[in-house]
Every structure is written in structure tokens, then in C-alpha cells.
Write a protein that binds this ligand. Structure first.
Ligand SMILES: Nc1nc2c(ncn2[C@@H]2O[C@H](COP(=O)(O)OP(=O)(O)O)[C@@H](O)[C@H]2O)c(=O)[nH]1
Ligand SMILES: [Mg+2]
Length: 305
């Protein structure tokens, strides 16, 4: 059983329990309460309304539904929403065949957990016997490079880096060249997520991509946006900014261990139509999970285990 967060579970369930307590049928009161529970769990207003509408449509046919059935329907609808964006269909990390090296560019604002996620991800790929190389293209702060180095040491994978302040595109170029030379399977490129200026961000990410394509033409194969799940609506805002600045193909939502707001995963995948691939549930090397919708929905709803 996935451990999204004890807090997430308890809190969602306590609230859901209150929303339906003493009710023997799903009436407007129950739906209003459910709406509030979903919104306060950070599912987001428009995704919440979508869920409520779908439930209403199903309940209309069977007004005297008990709360157990409501629970089942809610689970089905949430799993259904996640399916629409192909979120949570894998159960372990994997690299598509025919892409060697498989190149993942990791983007997101400072502090969301990019470097940590890269370290954890490298560890999982390595456990599968894949050869991984990291590229320290967040050259904006010296600490960012050092931190990736710490992870490279911990996971025991090579890292390509230059000095602080060097051109991120140049680091990415070196990393891919080195990966090709060493016949690596996976390349993970860290980037600086300075969001103060959208045009700059867009230009910088486009340049990194363009320069990487000089080495391997269809790269990056994956642009992974990392979002801090504990920031709630702010994570939605960041997703909005980044999807405007570059083509994001997958999401990682971090820090779900310390929050009662796991619902952000449901809202974000629905609003942006991008699959949530990974969730971060702690600071340790094993604290990254491939997001699996069945396990997630179970952990979101199942208070007893
Ligand atoms: N609790 C928790 N902390 C995390 C998680 N992921 C990252 N962090 C912490 O968040 C902070 C910022 O992470 P970092 O990887 O440096 O973010 P970056 O600036 O985006 O590269 C660090 O203290 C990490 O240990 C997570 O899933 N759970
Ligand atoms: Mg970093």
C-alpha cells in the first residue's frame, strides 16, 4: 500500500465522514459538503465541479444511495479522471525502447524538489541496471551544482558539470555528448527554474533543448515539471506558467508526505492534461514513488489501511 501521507488520508476521510455522517441518501447537502471537502483538499474548483457534476448525474438515477455507494462512485470518478490523462498507469520507472540515451529534462521553480527528485529517480533507474548520467545545468547557484553532486555520489552515478554561472545549454550539450560516448541509457538534466521572467525562462529552456538536439536529435524525450504538492494552489499557478514557457510532458508532485492536500494530484492532472508520473513522499533516496492511480485512490479513501 502506497503511503501518500497519513495526514492526507486521515484528513480527507475525516472530512468526508463528516460530509456524509448520518445521511442515508445523497442529497444537495451531502454534495455541498463533498464539494467543500474536495476544494479544501486542493483538488481545485473546476475539477471539483466536474467531479460533483458527474456524481450528480449518477445519483439522479438512484436518489436513495447510501454513503458506501457514494464512496464507491467517488473513487470510480476520481480514477476515471486520472485515466483521462493516462496518469498512474505504471507501477515502476521505465525507459521506452529505442531511445538511447533517454533524455529527461527536469524543470520547476527553485525549492520544489527538482534535484532531490533527480537523485531519487537516478537511484531507481540504476536499480534496474540502467546506466544513468546527470547533467548539472542549474548553473545559477553554486549550491545547486554541489547538491546534485551530493546526489550523484550517493547514488553512485556520473555527473557532468561546469562552473557556476556557465551556460546551462553548454552543460546539457556536454552531458549528452558524454552519455553518447559512454553508451548511457538515461540522462537527467537539472535546470534552474527562475520564473521571475517568463520570456527569459522560455528562451533559456528553448536554448537548452536546441543545443541538446545537436547531439541527439529528438531530445529531450521527456520534460518533467516538478511541483511542490504542499503549496496547493501555488502549484497550479506554477504549472500554468511552465506549460506556457515550454512543452511539459510529465509531472512529479513532491512533498506529499507533509501535507493534507494530496488532492492536488487529481486537480493538476485534470487541469493540465499531463500525467503525474511520480510523487515525492520524503527527503530520503527511496521516497519517490511511481504514481499509481489505484494505489493512490485507495490510500486517499481507505482509512483502515
Ligand atoms: N518532505 C519532503 N521534502 C522534500 C521532498 N522533495 C524534496 N524535498 C526537500 O525540499 C528541499 C528542496 O529540494 P531541492 O531538490 O533542492 O529543490 P530544487 O531547488 O527544486 O532543486 C530540500 O530540503 C529537499 O530535501 C519530498 O518529497 N518530501
Ligand atoms: Mg536544485
Amino acid at each position: 500500500m502506497i503511503k501518500v501521507s497519513e495526514k492526507t488520508k486521515t484528513s480527507f476521510f475525516t472530512k468526508l465522514g463528516k460530509a456524509v455522517a448520518g445521511k442515508s441518501k445523497v442529497d444537495d447537502d451531502v454534495l455541498d459538503n463533498l464539494e467543500e471537502v474536495l476544494v479544501t483538499s486542493d483538488v481545485g474548483v473546476s475539477t471539483t465541479l466536474k467531479i460533483i457534476e458527474r456524481i450528480e448525474a449518477r445519483v439522479a438515477q438512484d436518489k436513495y444511495m447510501g454513503t458506501d455507494e457514494l464512496n464507491t462512485i467517488l473513487r470510480e470518478e476520481i480514477a476515471g479522471l486520472l485515466s483521462e490523462t493516462h496518469t498512474g498507469e505504471d507501477s515502476e520507472v521505465h525507459v521506452p525502447t529505442g531511445k538511447k540515451p533517454y533524455v529527461i529534462m527536469v524543470v520547476g521553480v527553485n525549492g520544489v524538489g527538482k534535484t532531490t527528485t533527480i537523485g531519487k529517480l537516478a537511484h531507481q533507474f540504476k536499480k534496474q541496471g540502467l546506466k544513468v548520467i546527470l547533467g548539472a545545468a542549474d548553473t545559477f547557484r553554486a549550491a545547486a551544482i554541489d547538491q546534485l553532486q551530493v546526489w550523484a555520489n550517493r547514488v553512485d552515478v556520473p555527473i557532468v558539470k561546469q562552473q557556476m554561472g556557465s551556460d546551462p545549454a553548454s552543460v546539457a550539450f556536454d552531458t549528452l555528448s558524454s552519455a553518447v560516448k559512454q553508451d548511457a541509457d538515461v540522462v537527467i538534466i537539472d535546470t534552474a527554474g527562475r520564473l521571475h521572467n517568463k520570456v527569459n525562462l522560455m528562451n533559456e529552456l528553448s536554448k537548452v533543448k536546441r543545443v541538446m538536439q545537436k547531439v541527439v536529435d529528438d531530445t529531450p524525450h521527456e520534460v518533467l515539471l516538478v511541483l511542490d504538492g504542499s503549496t496547493g494552489q501555488n502549484a497550479f499557478e506554477q504549472a500554468k506558467q511552465f506549460t506556457k514557457a515550454t512543452e511539459v510532458t510529465s509531472l512529479a508532485v513532491t512533498k506529499l508526505d507533509g501535507t493534507a492536500k494530496g488532492g492536488v494530484v487529481i486537480g493538476i492532472s485534470d487541469q493540465f492534461k499531463i500525467p503525474v508520473k511520480y510523487i515525492g513522499v520524503g527527503e530520503g533516496i527511496e521516497d519517490l514513488q511511481v504514481f499509481n492511480k489505484y494505489e493512490f485512490v485507495d490510500s486517499f479513501f481507505n482509512i483502515n489501511n
